[in-house]
Design a protein around this ligand. Structure first.
Ligand code: ZN
Ligand code: ZN
Length: 487
């Protein structure tokens, strides 16, 4: 407290002298203790709520790998949705709700019974790793009361946890492809047998990756389509109409045809995003074209990882069309981390480093996705670690991050980008600096004869623009600033 108070006193003196022209102040803690107003760049800031955009909102990935406590995750999330809503989050992504083969340990990516969302005693547990069906329904209701949409993780490429059966399509070999009331599918809905997996009477396999070769679901089978999304009591209908989910995050879409995501969405509707784990923007674009669904922007993620971490050179951020968001901004769901990138299990240190953005650069990466176009995701653990800074960045995204994007500078140490604003909304200028010293840059803004502040408070400067909008902006070492006009 003492140190903070001293900083405030100095800021008061500095701004008092510069802005208000006051003289005669002394550096005296009593000035603050007596409750006199502290003049900081804070008091120059506009109230950003007036600029809240119609499409305001940020995505929250509301879990990480191997969340604890087992059976208590839904309750944990329920207790936080109000805070997230107040921070400007508009959708939360929950783990796959169905019971997995590994029961109470499952993160949901080994689906056995899609209709058992924590109510049947099988795979060693009634609850899923995340809780009971009742706890899930309470979470969804609480999220809706707070204006948040709830997105389900849909794992429909493969299955696990069935019973053994001889498979005539594999020369009679025994395969775990039997799913019924007594073999891993206690709900009795969407029972499966060997013909619903590859190979089968239709074909050997489809064109996509065989992720779990022996239990890779065949979506060309009408029965599989019907149960996943076609019937009135399909998986999709149960999740949306009965449980109340509002949309879908499709897991590992490289393992089945893009047309099946389109078919699911055409039938049931709702928000949609696909996980096409590929840093090549052309691959992402082709999948978006075929599925007509937005996709996670792995190209943006890897360009941020490469520029901030690996190369420590921001130049490539200025290159054309090297991210999905530069091609289809309204189909790009941007992110800086997820449950896979932050999971060290089974990875060498190098593998982990090259597929994740370091904590030292995490906020720089967020400053990028929360000022550019695309629909940004905040990862649960990052929100925990950087709550104050992320709340500020989310507020900026939801208000000032509008209008045309103009890249002013993209060089080794610096990246500067202007959003043009629209109507009364003044827009912003982002200044990223990865060098180890404070940087300054002469820019031409859209703002004539205005005083500017950094709405993130990383820089305390208050530059003024001339009649042509020219001024100098600053960014601290290894940090960022986001400038706009004052009130
Ligand atoms: Zn097939
Ligand atoms: Zn890295």
């Amino acid at each position: 407290m003492k140190n903070l108070r001293n900083i405030s006193t100095k800021t008061f003196l500095l701004l008092g002298g510069m802005v208000l022209g006051l003289t005669g102040c002394t550096e005296d803690d009593n000035t603050i203790d007596q409750g006199e107003p502290v003049i900081t760049s804070q008091s120059l800031k506009m109230d950003l709520s007036q600029f809240k955009r119609d499409d305001a909102g940020v995505f929250m990935q509301a879990f990480y790998w191997n969340v604890e406590p087992r059976g208590g995750w839904y309750d944990q999330v329920t207790s936080q949705v109000e805070d997230w809503a107040n921070s400007g989050i508009n959708r939360i992504w929950l783990p796959a709700p169905g019971k997995g083969a590994s029961g109470g340990f499952s993160m949901g990516y080994d689906p056995a019974d899609y209709f058992d969302v924590g109510e049947f005693d099988q795979h060693g547990t009634v609850e899923t790793r995340f809780g009971s069906r009742a706890e899930l329904e309470t979470l969804i209701a609480t999220a809706h009361q707070n204006g948040l949409e709830v997105i389900a993780d849909i794992v429909m490429g493969h299955n696990s946890g069935g019973g053994l059966q001889a498979n005539p399509f594999r020369g009679g070999d025994e395969v775990y492809s039997l799913f019924n009331e007594v073999n891993g599918n206690a709900s009795g809905k969407f029972n499966r047998t060997n013909e619903h997996f590859h190979p089968n009477d239709i074909h050997e396999r489809d064109e996509q990756d065989l992720f779990f070769a022996e239990t890779d679901l065949c979506h060309d089978q009408q029965y599989v389509q019907d149960w996943l999304w076609g019937r009135d009591d399909s998986v999709a209908a149960f999740y949306k109409n009965t449980l109340g989910f509002d949309g879908w995050r499709f897991d590992y879409v490289k393992s089945f045809g893009a047309q099946w995501v389109k078919a699911w969405n055409d039938k049931i509707g709702g928000f949609s995003v696909g996980e096409n784990f590929d840093g090549n923007q052309q691959v992402l674009k082709d999948w978006v074209d075929a599925s007509e669904s937005p996709a996670f922007d792995f190209a943006c993620f890897y360009r941020l990882e490469e520029t901030l971490d690996r190369a420590q050179d921001l130049t490539a951020l200025g290159d054309a069309e090297n991210m999905l968001r530069k091609i289809y901004a309204d189909k790009a769901v941007t992110f800086t981390a997820n449950h896979d990138t932050e999971n060290r299990e089974g990875k060498s240190e190098e593998d982990f480093k090259n597929n994740s953005i370091s904590y030292a650069n995490k906020l720089l990466a967020y400053s990028y996705i929360l000022t550019h176009d695309g629909y940004p995701t905040v990862f649960y653990l990052d929100y925990q670690a950087f709550k104050g800074q992320l709340k500020t960045l989310i507020e900026i995204y939801n208000t000032l991050a509008v209008g045309d994007i103009e890249i002013i500078e993209a060089s080794k140490d610096e990246y500067i980008m202007k959003r043009g604003g629209n109507g009364d909304n003044p827009g912003l200028i982002l200044y990223m600096n990865i060098s180890n010293q404070t940087k300054q840059f002469d820019v031409t803004t859209n703002w004539a004869n205005k005083t500017l502040v950094d709405y993130t408070d990383n820089s305390r400067a208050t530059p003024t623009t001339d009649a042509n909008g020219n001024t100098t902006i600053y960014a601290p070492a290894g940090s960022y600033s986001i400038w706009s006009v004052t009130k």
